[in-house]
Design a protein around this ligand. Structure first.
Ligand code: NAD
Length: 286
């Protein structure tokens, strides 16, 4: 039986996956702002580092897996917290916990992203770049919509950035090379307290209910948790750097023709350069 850390373990999808892991006989270290083994407000860097230390203490320096589910929805006026929790609350924890994941030899990590990554139009690339460069202030300046801050833009920018971070790092020596499988799950609208709060605002409810979901209705937190358990299992050994959409078909509805996309011939030199650089690094570091 393994030891897993689950952020966002007090509610919704994080809670559902923690319950499933415990029911299967695993140990779970829950991290949340309330009702958790490690109570931490992941919106500050200091609390993130303290939370990681507390998790490392509790797991004895070895973790078989992690689920990063703590996050906020696109709540108006909370852009700063959205950026801090949804992006840095994932990345800072994962960087601090990576050595413990590596020690397990075959650890699996699931980052909860969102289908807002591909169904939200006009998310500024500058905001995504700023997050990946570790600059939250610049990201917040960039996520303006007609001159005003926009929570849906901030939210989608954090989820795009965190998905890219997963894909960039998953394939490296430090992650894939250390036996860690790092992947993301991108849910659509799932019935959790986060979605209920959005639906309690009539304007937001109207927009959410008008949104095309080919299979209809909302996702179920338990079903999403089942996907996470699968992504933490041995069956996911060959899954690396993937972003799995479980969204009732909205992503496919909007992007059926744009993904998978062939590589434009102009990008081939970039592929070749990356491959050669990696080969050189492999030779140098063994
Ligand atoms: P939820 O609100 O039920 O759970 C989120 C958890 O994160 C809560 O327990 C909350 O306390 C915790 N959290 C929030 N701020 C925190 C902070 N500052 N520090 C520590 N913990 C904090 O929501 P959920 O729907 O289960 O969301 C889980 C993840 O799924 C989130 O990252 C969310 O963005 C993502 N997501 C949700 C939906 C949806 O429709 N529910 C869709 C796509 C993606």
């Amino acid at each position: 039986m393994g030891t897993y850390v689950v952020s966002g373990s007090a509610s919704g999808m994080g809670r559902a996956v923690a319950e499933r892991l415990v029911a299967a006989g695993h140990s779970v270290i829950g991290v949340d702002i309330k009702d958790a083994d490690v109570v931490a407000d992941l919106s500050t860097a200091a609390a993130r580092h303290a939370a990681a230390d507390a998790v490392l203490d509790r797991c004895g320096g070895v973790l078989d897996g992690a689920v990063l589910a703590a996050g906020l929805g696109p709540i108006p006026g909370r852009d700063d917290t959205i950026v801090q929790v949804n992006y840095f609350g994932v990345v800072d924890l994962l960087i601090a916990l990576r050595p413990a994941l590596a020690r397990a030899g075959a650890a699996k990590v699931v980052v909860v992203a969102s289908n807002s990554t591909t169904v939200t139009p006009a998310v500024p690339r500058r905001a995504v770049r700023a997050l990946l460069n570790g600059d939250p202030a610049k990201a917040l300046r960039a996520v303006r919509w007609f001159g005003k801050r926009s929570a849906p833009m901030s939210y989608a920018a954090t989820k795009i950035a965190v998905s890219r971070w997963v894909r960039r790092h998953a394939v490296t020596r430090e992650w894939a090379g250390a036996g860690i499988r790092l992947n993301a799950l991108a849910p659509g609208a799932v019935m959790t307290p986060l979605l209920s709060e959005q639906l309690s605002n009539p304007a937001e409810a109207k927009a959410i209910n008008a949104f095309p979901v080919p299979v209809g209705g909302y996702g179920d937190a338990g079903h999403l948790a089942d996907w996470m358990v699968f992504m933490l299992s041995d069956a996911a050994e060959f899954l690396c750097g993937s972003v799995i959409f479980v969204d009732g078909g909205s992503d496919a509805y909007f992007r059926s023709e744009s993904w998978p996309a062939p590589v434009p011939a102009g990008q081939l030199p970039r592929y070749a350069l990356r491959f050669l650089a990696d080969r050189r690094a492999r030779r140098r570091f063994g």
